[in-house]
Design a protein around this ligand. Sequence first.
Ligand SMILES: Cc1ncc(COP(=O)(O)O)c(C=O)c1O
Length: 439
Amino acid sequence: MNNTLRFNPSFDGLAPSSTLYINETVNRLWRNGEQAFHMGFGESRFDVHPRLQTALAEHANKKSYLPARGLPELMGSVASYYSKKLNVPFEPSQVMIGPGSKSLIYGLQMVLNADLFLPTPSWVSYAPQATLLGKTYKYIPSKIESNYQLDISELDKLVKASENPCKVLLINSPNNPTGEVLTADFLKQLADYCRENDIWVLSDEIYFEVCHGEVPHTSISTFYPEGTIVLGGLSKHFSIGGWRIGVALMPNTADGMAILKKMVVFASETWSGVSAPIQYAAIDAYQQHEDVERYVADCRAIHGIRTRFIRDSLRAMGVTCTSGQGAFYVMPNFNRWEVELRERGVSTSAELARYLLDNYRIATLPGSDFGIPEAMLSLRLSTSYLDMETDNAPSEIFRLYRDGIGDKSLMSEKYHPNTHAALAAYRAFVDDLSGSTKI
Ligand SMILES: Cc1ncc(COP(=O)(O)O)c(C=O)c1O
């Protein structure tokens, strides 16, 4: 082609999303018959609820394009669902449906000519999306000692330094990667600060149905409805990430409607509309049928049990871990063994993730993918995949839970062999660092 190929410089330095990359690496190892403990990919693995399966089959013949903003009946169900669950009134006119909340977040970043402020750590895709769009983003420094809590005074420093009149703060609670659930008191303070400083909030609440119970979910839209865009979807609590459906709820103001209008332009020129059968089937997910609510509650409880088990086991080995109260992640830190790790050629979290994969077959993501300084030896572990690798395994674990097996027996080696084996591998790693034999 006569050396005519040129790429958009926005892609310089960007690789495929690290979550998808680690998933592909583990699948390759498995295909080659090699062992790998998959703690790198945050996918909930439970079966699709039968009601949704039936609804999808019933609507398989829905073949026409739907409105770019979404199916009106679905937008109605989404508005009632969020009004009830978040205790904030939403009208169908505020709702937009997209192919996953990821695409909606990308669209919002494109539509808003804003400086973006990201807590540290933040989910892996926010910053690369900003890079792709040539936008300015800043990570808000945080401290591991305070469980990476968002520090409003640090945010304020960045806000004061920004010359862009349009500013966006992107928060995520329950949080990926820490599992932290932001409290109502904190969100109230943050809302007051954002209101005083005219900051828009993108509130990624995709995990709000996966709060383990210690801290209830509160949406910042309760305190700041005029400045908050809520994002969510079905990928996490319904285990249907592959269905690709997400929602955005705009403020019920002239500004909110103006944002929505631009988003519809974006949707109509890109994805056109989310798959019609999926949108019809999704209506059932938002109607709060008793059996569906119970299914979501049980999945949530199992995620909580598995996450606590892994976190507590790591802590018992002396590994510092975030104390999340939601989602299905744990963020351990290994700086305590900084010197020993440096002797093994590990001085960044990316090197640590690679070392664990190469030597112990444990797949994780490095903290640096989440905006944490690379010398901070933190990893993100997903707790949703181990012992749920095959399609049958999650239904068996689900059945045991429903039959009332009890947390301790559920987490026994009998039902969670890979979790125990992965923890034994961590034990060997920690023992090695703590002075026993070097590899
Ligand atoms: C924090 C967070 N936000 C958004 C998403 C995107 O989810 P989806 O595009 O499936 O709605 C994910 C998926 O991993 C996530 O962890």
